[in-house]
Write a protein that binds this ligand. Structure first.
Ligand SMILES: Cc1ncc(C[n+]2csc(CCOP(=O)(O)OP(=O)(O)O)c2C)c(N)n1
Ligand SMILES: [Mg+2]
Length: 343
């Protein structure tokens, strides 16, 4: 299996990586930071991956993903991108191919560390690579179908269909639109489920994972790509860190769309408290109700409040036609018990 990290995008060597994978006939996964290195409909591409896969797909995906894998070739990979070696266990052989050394410390020891120009390493290694006859194991065949569909996820009654929101956003953005994600539960859904066909079309804060990233990232993405649709997806908690940039967006008239998923909570933290059977601490992870659509108006920005997801595609199109910054507030109820559904 080939595992792609963000260095591949930084060095713009995604085509060489794809050709290498095609020569080997090896399945491909990537970190959230490397989304778009390989178009997600590519016949060898399985999924962007991290530890939230099981929860988002509500079934034990991670163990099946790595079950039949005997060798992982990690290209431009940094374990800090949240695709940790613990996901595949420590009993599998690994080859790291990177242009600079990332100290792995006690986290994992690659069997071979192939350090130097990645393009040249791939070129050299491909002379020795046998081609696998069978592309996918039966488990990978099933997973490919699941990942390509994305919508195969059931939604627990009383919770919001977050995968549906991500699907609508992906449809709106098309192939070249840019999705910037803030940090929280919503980032895991967006990172694992958004369809990303081109490099640098999914932007999120990795390693530091600082929330408040989504809105300013979207403004920067729009400045760099004025012709592209740009959308920020944010949670209500993190959004407060940089919500003053609503005014920046208005002042510079940067036509980005900002979606705030409002669960009146630090959702991801509440999720972890649930996993550890802790009660959410009132006033710590649960927040008061904020009317984000009014906050946008207070900054001179138009907005919409949507409590029926059916309306979202139309509102996105209308907002896009306005050609000015626009905020959409969506109240959500996350499924905080995600992993408990896996037997
Ligand atoms: C600056 C900063 N402080 C704290 C955290 C830890 N943290 C990660 S996610 C999260 C909760 C995010 O809540 P929200 O923005 O509402 O998103 P949700 O999880 O509800 O989708 C927190 C506190 C962080 N990543 N960055
Ligand atoms: Mg929240």
């Amino acid at each position: 299996m080939i595992v792609i990290g963000n260095q591949v995008l930084r060095e713009q060597i995604q085509n060489e990586v794809r050709l290498f994978a095609e020569k080997l006939n090896a399945p491909i996964i990537c970190s959230l930071a490397a989304k778009g290195a390989i178009p997600e409909q590519h016949y060898l591409f399985l999924t962007a991956a991290n530890k939230y896969l099981d929860g988002v797909y509500r079934q034990p995906v991670v163990s099946d993903l790595f079950h039949d894998v005997d060798l992982l070739i990690l290209i431009g990979y940094d374990f800090d991108e949240d695709l940790k070696p613990s996901l595949w266990g420590h009993d599998k052989d690994t080859i790291v191919i990177n242009s600079f050394d990332i100290p792995t410390g006690d986290i994992f020891q690659p069997k071979i560390n192939c350090l130097g120009n990645i393009k040249e390493s791939l070129h050299y290694l491909s002379n020795f690579c046998p081609t696998k006859k069978q592309i996918f194991s039966p488990k990978h065949q099933y997973l490919k179908m699941l990942f390509d569909k994305r919508s195969a996820i059931d939604v627990k009654p009383g919770t919001t269909d977050i995968p549906k929101i991500i699907e609508i956003i992906s449809n709106y953005l098309g192939e070249s639109g840019i999705l910037c994600s803030d940090v929280g539960m919503h980032k895991q859904y967006a990172g694992l489920l958004a369809r990303t066909q081109m490099p640098n079309r999914f932007i999120c804060s990795n390693i530091c994972g600082s929330f408040g990233f989504g809105l300013p990232a979207a403004l920067a993405a729009k400045l760099c790509n004025p012709e592209e649709k740009v959308l920020a997806i944010c949670g209500d908690g993190g959004f407060h860190s940089t919500s003053q940039d609503l005014e920046t967006a208005v002042r510079y008239n940067l036509p980005v769309i900002i979606i705030v998923l409002s669960d009146s909570a630090f959702g991801l933290i509440k999720y972890y408290q649930g996993l550890h059977s802790e009660k959410p601490v009132k006033g710590m992870t649960e927040l008061g109700l904020v009317q984000f659509h009014l906050l946008a108006n207070a900054n001179g920005m138009k907005s919409a409040f949507i409590d029926n997801l059916e309306e979202l595609p139309k509102v996105l199109e209308q907002a896009s036609l306005l050609n000015e910054p626009f905020l959409i507030e969506i109240p959500v109820t996350y499924d905080y018990d995600l992993l408990k559904h896996i037997s």
